[in-house]
Write a protein that binds this ligand. Sequence first.
Ligand code: PLP
Length: 340
Amino acid sequence: MIDFRSDTVTKPCNTMKQAMFDAQLGDDVYGDDPSVNELEQWVAETHGFESAIFCSSGTQANLLALMSHCERGDEYLCGQQAHNYKFEGGGAAVLGSIQPQPVENEKDGTLCFKKLKSYIKPIDPHFAKTKLLSLENTINGKILPLAYLTQAREFANENSLQLHLDGARVYNAKVALDIDIMKIAQHFDSMTICLSKGLGAPIGSLLLGTNELIAKARRWRKVLGGGMRQVGILAAAAKTALTENVEKLKQDHANALHLAKSLCGIKGVSINPEHVQTNMVFFKLDKPALIHSIAQELKAKDILISPANPVRLVTHLDITKQDVDVFIKELKSALSKSTL
Ligand SMILES: *Cc1c(COP(=O)(O)O)cnc(C)c1O
């Protein structure tokens, strides 16, 4: 299968499986798992945070961040397109009694400070208390500019807000900009990292923050059923993801660009390759309704895409440049059949 639906579909390689096999284990709820302890400490240090906590998923890591920064009746500012607003089942509201205040994302994925400012509520019993600004990087494959992050920090300081980064794909930004991860991480009070996307681990995310924040998060993680026992088996995969797979994201980005440029030449497809910054490619069909039959045709050729408009294609560890070429060939064939 050549699976373009998401970078979550990657399967652990043999090196990773061996590391999992060899991992030293203990009961992590008692704080006894050496592999988890080593991972959390190492990640905190290398990202410039006091503390870190290993979580079952990115959704859980974001929820822990929101519930640890905010209390019942508080709110967080975020993008209308933010994963932790739109794609996490309303968890902050459902489980944390925290109100989201979404703001339309600009074309480049940023949030306009003027608009954000207008949504900050005065201290008054009528209003939720605005506590946190949550950003996402990358967002739909786009990188938040470093200068924007500096401004976001200043904005948060001026308005007494905490600043969180949903960094599910922050390593794609790091690699694309070719900078140290600290250059991004330094601006934030907390940050998540997904290990089970482009980095290729089967399960797991990390939340980073102050000792105080992570202590709160550890409590909420247990409450939410996320206290796991001999989880060093997953921490070992996480460590391999961060030590072995970061540089490989460059190949995913090169493949995405190759994919976009190849799509560019196909009749009935519209795409601007200049919009491709990391591992995501979005294209539209002149006849969007065709996408369902095309997805079926491709599936018969062992190629998976999500039928949508625009279509999102994601490159990852388990897609090669040759796979991209196979896809292009089969897409052309499917398009020519469907327009008969
Ligand atoms: C995937 C993703 C998450 C959630 O991660 P899961 O592990 O799927 O729960 C959070 N934020 C962003 C930006 C994501 O892409």
